[in-house]
Design a protein around this ligand. Sequence first.
Ligand code: CTP
Ligand code: MG
Length: 231
Amino acid sequence: MKSGFHNVALIVAAGKGERAGAARPKQFALLGGKPVVAHSIDAALTHPAIDGVIVVTAADQRQAMEVALDGRDVRAIVDGGASRRESVLAGLEAISALGGAVRVLIHDAARPLLPHAVIDRLLAQLDGSAGAVPVLPVADTLATADEALGDIVPRTGLVRVQTPQAFRFDAILAAHRLWPVDQEATDDAQILRAVELEVAMVEGDSMLEKITHPQDFASAEARLAARASIR
Ligand code: CTP
Ligand code: MG
């Protein structure tokens, strides 16, 4: 039997967090007293179907990452690249070197609150598709904008795509290896679609909103408190 993982979680945390404007990258900020990056790692480590967690960090933040992980049982800490897509590819290659996996969940460390139910929905979809992503409807009016407001963009047929994004490991690794080196990609589903594989959709979760701007920390604290109060 091929060694390696059944379901591995790949947490990308090698960004600089420039838009969040804090002194250090947002994945190291404390949320409910715990580093942002540690929240989704704990969610992955405690999910019964996940048998390994790999973290990607900026090479010059390796020490900060080790402090943030505080002995958590991750299988590898991998050096990332200059773009998210390069960081993901570095993580996938590291998993491959460890013997590969059947499925991989690729997740932004900047989305700390990761419900187990979303992981369940994604893994269930991978029996019929090479990829699956969580999506939410678009509620606000959308419009083009330049100096002033432009035209309304119809919302029908539009969704907001979150992470984790789940893939059959061999399919997403092959797709990433074929993607042009210098081309950015904000998510991995588009990289799978570039090799003409279908990506299924499951219901997303507002818990998974990304921390991008300074005000997003307070929203994440509020979601964390709301989750604690319903448990
Ligand atoms: N990421 C990464 N490697 C990079 C860039 C981003 O691993 N070279 C990760 C981030 O750490 C984050 C996720 O990809 O968990 C989503 O990216 P984003 O929200 O854009 O985070 P940053 O790139 O850190 O933020 P910014 O773009 O504001 O600098
Ligand atoms: Mg970025």
